[in-house]
Design a protein around this ligand. Structure first.
Ligand SMILES: [Mg+2]
Ligand SMILES: [Zn+2]
Length: 231
């Protein structure tokens, strides 16, 4: 299928002139690079792991410290709901060193995630699991991305390997943590994504999408194509 054909399609949630019509310009090569973690004839759980700040919600160089500062990016919650509808379970893995830095506490983090779950529920979506690293870079933990501890927590929780599981992030450390466990790193240009792209000297083979909505449209498209090919 040519990329031009795909570009002419409306996004899966909106009309042809929808708000992110420009976000579904997916190069054919990127589509070919998608590996769904569903093998033909296999009924493995379909999992997607998301970074939080800069992917789901607006990021800030001065940290997201309060519930008011937690503001979803346009289209991100609807995109998560589309993943749910396509059969995906969603886990979030997020570095939150602001806790160790004393900028906010665990109660505030919980309140941010309550807000996230409430707004997401309004869109018909669910995040199944959130894991976070509360440590500062010099705490010597094993969970702060790019280290794979958060990925391993998710693997342990679901008792599945993360091989080829899509991990969508806006920072190099997200992609590095994904690669460390054999998952599939995907970069979005929101949040720190454009900076990451400009500085990237490694993982340059990772697919890049304008935002979560575009990445999700590509993922669901690839999943549908794979299912069609295997039936
Ligand atoms: Mg981020
Ligand atoms: Zn940690």
């Amino acid at each position: 299928m040519s990329p031009a054909f795909f570009m002419s399609q409306p996004c899966s949630n909106h009309a042809a002139d929808c708000c992110h019509k420009n976000d579904i310009q997916i190069p054919a090569a990127d589509l070919l690079n998608w590996r769904t973690n569903q093998r033909p004839g296999e009924s493995r759980m379909q999992l997607v792991i998301l970074d939080r700040d800069g992917v789901i919600n607006e990021d800030s160089d001065t940290y997201i410290k309060s519930v008011d500062e937690f503001i979803p990016l346009p289209g991100s919650l609807a995109a998560i709901a589309r993943l749910n509808q396509a059969g995906y379970t969603i886990a979030v893995a997020t570095n939150q060193s602001g806790i160790s830095r004393g900028l906010f506490d665990l109660n505030t983090l919980d309140a941010m995630h309550d807000k996230l779950r409430r707004l997401l529920a309004n869109e018909g979506g669910v995040i199944d699991k959130i894991v976070f690293c509360p440590h500062a870079p010099d705490n010597g933990c094993n969970c702060r991305k790019p280290l794979p501890g958060l990925m391993q927590q998710i693997a342990d929780h679901y008792q599945i390997p993360l091989t080829d599981v899509p991990v969508i992030g806006d920072s190099l450390r997200d992609l590095q943590a994904a690669r460390a466990v054999g998952a599939q790193p995907i970069l979005v240009k929101t949040g720190k994504g454009l900076r990451t792209l400009a500085a990237a000297k490694e993982l340059t083979d990772a697919p890049v999408y304008a935002n979560l909505a575009a990445a999700v449209d590509a993922l669901i498209y690839a999943q549908t194509a794979t299912q069609r090919a295997s039936t």
